[in-house]
Design a protein around this ligand. Sequence first.
Ligand code: F6R
Length: 251
Amino acid sequence: MRIICVDNYDQMSKKAANIVASQLILKPDSVLGLATGATPLGMYKQLIKTYEEGHIDFEEVTTFNLDEYCDLNKEDEQSYYYYMYENFFKHININIKNLNIPNGRAMDIHKESLEYERKIRKSGGIDLQVLGIGRNGHIGFNEPDIKFEALTHMVKLDEQTIEDNSRFFDSIKDVPTKAISMGIKTIMHAKKIILLASGKEKAEVIYGAIYGKITPELPASVLQLHPDVVFVMDKEAASKLDLEKLKEEYL
Ligand code: F6R
């Protein structure tokens, strides 16, 4: 595990974008795993800028998003499809055929999940997976107590997640209670992972994910077992870590 701690959100976003950009420079036909939420927005902005400046190209890139709410249409402003299109895809030269977001409206979510896994395998597997982290330690929508061996599946969202995500909706009642998400096993199969975290409300869970015991009660703790994972954080998210000690242990 590597830890990169920077001063603020802006620097975290630039660092993360640079890691993604390096991946694309080294392997232009990379398969990226992508996240939504507030945290990666700055990274997407920075990647768009790097693309506009001509340093990176998305023509051969394939993407797989972590998750999607059930029961929202793609056109719904709260859907992750809409988020990805508005905040990233419409600004870059990615081939629409290469974008993959689980279909939360599928009639048969189990079949959709198997098909998503099949597509990931067929693409050669995820080269670089971008993650955020929920205050309860979820990655993707793998809520506490999820089985580590889970592949893509339907999840019931935790009360805390529904409350946290209600900031994006008019009312908490509008937040979907179910989603389709890559499982922990899907995430752990990615060749490289970067987890982004910003703000003091993530400090406690970051401490647990890095120092705590590896347990499904804190899903992100499983990342301690991944051979190539980088946590990119701002000072606030890292505020409960002993950075001097970490320098010796991880860097
Ligand atoms: C989003 C996702 C979630 C978020 C997490 C943090 O695709 O899978 O795990 O990364 O809920 O969300 P923010 O960044 O809004 O704090």
